[in-house]
Design a protein around this ligand. Structure first.
Ligand code: F0G
Length: 472
């Protein structure tokens, strides 16, 4: 008999205690952290939804795999097991390990980008954009219009706008060394890209002799969305869908910290022999010999096992159900989120939730602080704090003011998520009392990591008493 309850398809063998804190303690700690959640000690966070990157729980098989790690400098058997596991899903000619995703991006962009170059994508993740711009090239986002509308229900809001891609390739194709697609589209809300869109992008790339690369951090979640939502894929295995996705690409960059279920690692994989030779030379300069690329042999083993586990459909069903569970509960509470719910995170639309706080008073930062004070939950602002500062030092509001709650893989159970929902219930009732923030100190770049803030009305942070599950 089919059951309605989707359970975590694992048991827990090893646990990490969570240190519970009181609201009064959290008020003090966030003040000491200058209201920047990156400055908190992670021990002082009860539920950490800052990122799904590098925060996965490894399986018993992965931990066992660590003991198989061979730490030979060159030609380690662990490398060959890693390469085989990658090629089983992504049959590219060359597989080049790196310490994480952005290292693969830097090496690739170092080869193909530079002044006068344009690199289009659905939406570049910020490290990809930064690695492109660091060479003097231009990073162009061409996501479909629905991708800009938080509450528009669309099955594949991560798709690239093929008309705009075609126009760019026709007008300036000679300045485009490759096209990228981020699957799923993290910056746009963890939204998937359809197989038809990947195929369409590849057809345009072929017409113009330009290779297609996938930024594939969350490839398995993307494949599961295709299985659920795209006509003709319902009875395909996720593994077959993954293979098809990559069969339309000429290369990929990967952060193994997401859908390889490990805490560190990445790779660059591609078919182009000359680019691969140059990439390996660069790798030796900055990452390490091509059979370890900045990783230990044991890390490569953990990736090899993680890649087999990630395409397990019971896991993916649970993964999607748990993200959706949080998103649907928030929707029921009247909290506006990017819809439909994405794969790895729920994105709250703080501009709609807190219309009394103007974008440049950072509504999503205000919500992030309030959520921490209420229940010790840490999310991340993706709005004008992150993107508002312009190169000339002026400020412009970002496109959206979002608070991302990213769900680490296999880490939290349903009661942890119920606790998050209860905290929101408490928060929604007093949302009109939340105040804006000012930045009192900031570095010139990537200010969100280290900026200091001050609440515009300090009382607004400190006046609530009825947080759930107080430890003292
Ligand atoms: N591409 C995407 C789509 C990402 O989400 C990330 C990382 C990277 C590339 C870079 O990979 O961190 O291994 O160097 N995203 C993390 C996040 C940091 O929180 O979304 P990395």
């Amino acid at each position: 008999m089919e059951m309605d309850t989707i359970i975590e398809p694992f048991r827990i063998k090893s646990v990490e205690p969570i240190q519970l804190t009181s609201r009064a303690e959290r008020e003090q700690m966030i003040q000491d952290a200058h209201y920047n959640l990156f400055n908190l000690h992670a021990d002082d966070v009860i539920i950490d939804l800052l990122t799904d990157s590098g925060t996965s729980a490894m399986s018993a098989a992965q931990w066992a795999g660590l003991m198989q790690g061979d730490e030979s400098y060159a030609g380690s058997p662990s490398y060959f097991r890693f390469e085989e596991a990658v090629k089983d899903l992504m049959p590219f000619e060359h597989v080049i390990p790196t310490h994480q995703g952005r290292a693969a991006e830097r090496i690739l962009m170092g080869l193909v980008a530079g002044p006068d170059v344009k690199i289009p994508s659905n939406t570049h993740f910020d490290t990809t954009r930064a690695n492109i711009e660091a060479t003097g090239a231009e990073a162009i986002d061409l996501v479909v219009d629905a991708g800009h509308v938080p509450d528009e229900e669309h099955p594949f809001k991560g798709n690239i706008n093929l008309d705009r891609l075609e126009a760019l390739l026709q007008e300036e194709g000679d300045r485009v060394p490759l096209v990228m697609l981020t699957v799923t589209n993290n910056t746009g809300g963890g939204q998937p890209v359809s197989m038809a869109n990947i195929r369409g992008a590849k057809a345009l790339c072929n017409e113009h002799g330009v290779p297609l690369f996938l930024d594939a951090c969350r490839f398995a979640e993307n494949a599961y969305f295709i299985k659920q939502r795209e006509d003709g894929y319902g009875d395909h295995s996720v593994k077959a869908i993954v293979r098809e996705m990559f069969s339309h690409a000429d290369g990929m960059t990967m952060s193994a910290k997401k859908d390889a279920l490990v805490n560190i690692g990445g790779w660059l994989a591609l078919d182009h022999d000359t680019w691969a030779r140059k990439a390996r030379n660069q790798l030796i300069l900055t990452e390490g010999f091509p059979t370890y690329g900045g990783l230990a042999g044991r890390d490569l083993e953990a990736i090899a096992v993680g890649l087999q586990e990630i395409v397990d459909e019971d896991y993916l069903e649970y993964r999607m159900a748990s993200t959706r569970y949080l998103g649907e509960a928030l929707t029921d509470l009247g909290v506006p989120i990017i819809r439909p719910v994405g794969g790895h995170a729920v994105y709250i639309d703080a501009k709609s939730l807190l219309p009394h706080i103007p974008p440049l008073d950072y509504p999503a930062q205000s919500l992030a602080v309030a959520l921490y004070v209420t229940g010790g939950i840490r999310g991340v602002e993706i709005g004008s704090v992150m993107f508002g500062r312009q190169p000339d030092g002026s400020e412009e509001p970002a496109d959206q003011e979002l608070l991302r709650l990213a769900i680490p893989r296999r880490v939290y159970t349903q009661s942890h998520v119920d606790y998050v929902i209860e905290c929101f219930e408490a928060l929604v009732g007093r949302k009109d009392a939340l105040c804006g923030y000012e930045i009192t100190e900031e570095p010139p770049q990537l200010r969100h990591f280290t900026a200091h803030f001050r609440p515009q009305e300090p009382g607004a942070v400190h006046h609530e008493t009825d947080a759930p599950a107080e430890a003292s």
